[in-house]
Structure formats: structure tokens, C-alpha cells
Design a protein around this ligand. Sequence first.
Ligand code: NAI
Length: 331
Amino acid sequence: MKILFYDAKSYDRESFSAALPAFPEVEIEYTKSDLDPRTAALAEGFDAVCAFVSSNVNAVTLEILRQKQIGLVLLRCAGYNNVDLEAAEKYDIRVMRVPGYSPEAVAEHAMALALASNRRLYKAYNKVRENDFSLSGLMGFNFYEKTAGIVGTGRIGAAMCRICRGFGMKILAYDVFPNPELKEFVEYVPFERILSDSDVISLHCPLTDSTYHLINIDTIQKMKDGVILVNTSRGALVKTDDLIEGIRMHKFAGVGLDVYEEETDNVFEDRSDEILEHSTTARLLSFPNVMITSHQGFFTREALSSIAETTLQNAMDFLQGAASPNDVKRA
Ligand code: NAI
């Protein structure tokens, strides 16, 4: 089975090459191009394509893939909001993902963002490098005995709940399907109470029609003053213009974002030589209490090797016609 691996980075080659010997039926060819309607035709002669969160797997992409006899899209990520599942069904293309490669990787990064923005670590780091040892602008608050509000308590949200418990926080959660494993130390409440009672709010639900712009000016106004907001899930859960308005209203002690709305344009690219002055991300970065990272939550050694192994096992299940819990189906 031949797989065309789109948007291949050196770390992808490393982790997949290390896992490949256990899957002798699978061959991989890597390309730096990402999958979109312009590059889908490169898949001629392959059986499957491997794509990522940054790929544009829309109806046009899928139509071209079908013309090239591709029967499988292997997503080497958990989220699949970038795939037109209706079109995949129409063109009879199986879509598989890696649902839970290392929830702790993302949850640990979410807590890192919460702590870094609370204690202004990025500012402290730069100050000390400039020989400025004053503490002005660095005051934070204790997380101990404060309230964490976790939105979405699947794999990553549950890991975040466990981390918050370790910090001695009270944990409120909102989920359409409460997680029974958490009931001993997590109180499920309506979303409104997450907003009104939390000192730290962390988003861990998927991006769907019902979660699009979940954080907007109405929901921001209902939050406590001095709240910390963390988003490691998907950028469009937060309406960026409204977030900027909220920051201007001094609603937030800190904002930590690993994902942002403009991400599909610049995900994982080095854009250090470009002027991004018109982007909303650049506007966000102009605030001293905002910390942004470039979708690196998943980026740990353990997560990358787990992603490679599960993706290759997904390929084998496809080859053998086996059912899999990693199939992505239309709701
Ligand atoms: P999961 O599927 O295990 O959990 C998601 C939870 O959200 C489920 O419990 C579900 O019931 C809940 N949910 C669904 N709709 C909801 C709604 N309207 N309101 C509240 N809760 C709702 O997913 P997992 O593995 O925990 O991942 C969560 C998200 O994290 C992914 O969808 C993805 O967008 C993001 N992610 C980010 C990464 C990063 O590197 N920053 C890496 C991996 C995932």
C-alpha cells in the first residue's frame, strides 16, 4: 500500500520511519506540499493520502482524490473539522484519524499557557535578559483553591481536570456528555456557571456548528473579571474580534492561545520575515497579557510516536477491510 504523505516535516519523517518497520506492507512517499485542491492531483498512483490539521480536505480536494483512485484519507491528528465528511461519503473515501495519541501532551501545554500568562513568564524572561530585575507588571494569582472551568471533558479535558486537581483547584466542567470517570472530583454545571464562577477557563471541546464562536462578547461579559482564558482546541471556538474587545475591557488577567482563527493561513510556517500588522493574531500579540504559541500542544516525543503507530495501524485496518473506532463518520 502506497501512501502520499502531505506537509511532511523532518520530525514526521523521523517518527514515521521509526514506526514503519513494523508495517512492511506500507510504503510512504513524503511531500512538503500540503493537501488542498491544487495539490490533490499529486496523489496519482497512490492508494491513500496522509493529511494534517492544516490540510484543506474540502469537497473539491476529495473529488480530485476520488478521480485519482484514492480510497483513504489518513488524518495524523485528532480534529477533523477540515474534512468535508459529506463529500467523503459521497466519493466513498474512508477517513480515519488518531483520536487520543497523548491527551496529556495537550493538557500539559494548556496548563503551561495558563501559568505562563498568569505569571507573565514571557515578560519576566525578557526583562531579566535585559538586566531588569524589577517585578512591575508580573503579579499573578495562586491557582491553589481557585476554580477551573473545563469545557469539554473528553480525553484532553479529562487530563486537564487531573492536572487542575493536582494544583488543588476546585473543578467545574461543562460537556454535552459528562465523563463518568471524573465524577469524584469534578462538578458538572451548565455552561453559564463555567462563565460566571471560573478563575481559569480552558477549552477542550471540538469545533462544530454548536461550538463555533462559543466565546464571544456575550459569553465574555458573563465571565469573572480577571479570568484566565486558555484555548488549545480550535481557533474558531473564540471570536477573535470579541476577544480583543474583552481584553480592552480588562476582562482577562491572561489569555493563552495555542490555536487561533487565522491559523489555516499560516499554520506551522515560519513567517518571521513578514509583517502581519493587519492580522487579528498580530493585534492579539500587541497586548501584554496574551501569550500565543503555534499549535504545539501535541508536539511531544511520546505523542509523535503514538501518532505514527496509530496512523499506520489505521492504514492496515483499511487494507484488511477491518472496522475501526478511528473511522471518522458524519454525525
Ligand atoms: P474528545 O473527543 O476525547 O473530547 C471532546 C469532548 O468535547 C467530548 O467529551 C465531547 O462530548 C465534548 N463536546 C462536544 N461538543 C461539545 C459542546 N458543544 N460543548 C461542550 N462539550 C462538547 O477530544 P479530545 O481528544 O479531548 O480533543 C479535544 C480537541 O482538542 C480536539 O477536537 C482538537 O480540536 C483539539 N486538539 C488540539 C491539539 C493541539 O495540538 N493543540 C491536539 C489534539 C487535539
